[in-house]
Design a protein around this ligand. Structure first.
Ligand SMILES: NC(=O)C1=CN([C@@H]2O[C@H](COP(=O)(O)OP(=O)(O)OC[C@H]3O[C@@H](n4cnc5c(N)ncnc54)[C@H](O)[C@@H]3O)[C@@H](O)[C@H]2O)[C@H](O)CC1
Ligand SMILES: [K+]
Length: 216
């Protein structure tokens, strides 16, 4: 099995987008289509999306769209500054706003209570806070958000990487999500090889030419 670092995955992505011409939003939609199959549409009362403002969050918002279309009780929480949002995050954010998505930006303790009240064993959490773009130790309100998730009885599904985990080494940067299931995108990440939760790899339509161009 091929395993990659975050930088290698980013470069493979980049090659697929810039050299082969696959729009990044297509990769994001492919990622969503692969991951949504792991989310049971029955058996949970509440579907809790916790999204950062990068493309990991964009993946999560795309999943939220499908859950809303399936008329699931869906709560979307944003963990980050919307002004710093990525291009593809914004595309999915705008779609959700246009279909009446229930979106709360987590900025203070009162907002955290709105998250906490929806976390229980009848909830499934989709963790889209950070993926391969984590660039420093987690602190502040995001630290508290991850603590809330980990101390709940909710089932936790992490997109690509459990948020807070180093994609290259598996080290924890301050804190990290205790995921029950991780679906990592494109190729297995080196930092997940010893992860104690379940890890699945899903293709998202990246041609082998992009992998060979970066890995040789
Ligand atoms: N693998 C693929 O082919 C695809 C992967 N996709 C998804 O994209 C993410 C990577 O997205 P990126 O925008 O590069 O980074 P993240 O979303 O992981 O996070 C960046 C975001 O978070 C902020 N940030 C980073 N560290 C911290 C910190 N310690 N505290 C606070 N904020 C932090 C940063 O400023 C950015 O705003 C990958 O994991 C996949 O899920 C594509 O969607 C499809 C193709
Ligand atoms: K994640």
């Amino acid at each position: 099995m091929i395993t990659v670092t975050a930088e290698q995955m980013r470069n493979i992505d980049k090659y697929a987008i810039e050299k082969i011409g696959i729009p990044s939003i297509v990769l994001m939609e492919n990622a969503k289509n692969a991951m949504i199959n792991y989310i049971p549409l029955d058996g949970y009362e509440k579907y809790i999306i916790v999204a950062g403002v990068g493309n990991n969050g964009g993946d999560a918002l795309a999943m939220a769209r499908d859950l809303i279309l399936e008329e699931k009780e869906t709560y979307i929480y944003i963990a980050g500054n919307l002004e710093k949002a990525s291009k593809d995050f914004k595309i999915n954010y705008n779609i959700l706003k246009n279909i009446g998505g229930n979106i709360i930006v987590l900025e203070n303790k009162d907002d955290l209570l709105k998250l906490k009240e929806n976390l229980g064993e009848d909830s499934i959490v989709i963790d889209g806070i950070f993926g391969t773009g984590l660039n420093s130790g987690i602190r502040g309100i995001i630290f508290e958000i991850i603590d809330l998730l980990n101390s709940s009885n909710a089932f936790i599904f992490s997109i690509d990487i459990p948020s807070g985990l180093d994609a290259d080494t598996g080290a924890i940067h301050g804190t990290s999500v205790n995921a029950d299931l991780v679906v990592t995108l494109g190729l297995m990440k080196k930092g997940l090889l010893n992860y104690e939760g379940e890890v699945m790899v899903e293709k998202i339509g990246i041609p082998k030419q992009a992998v060979e161009a970066v890995l040789g």
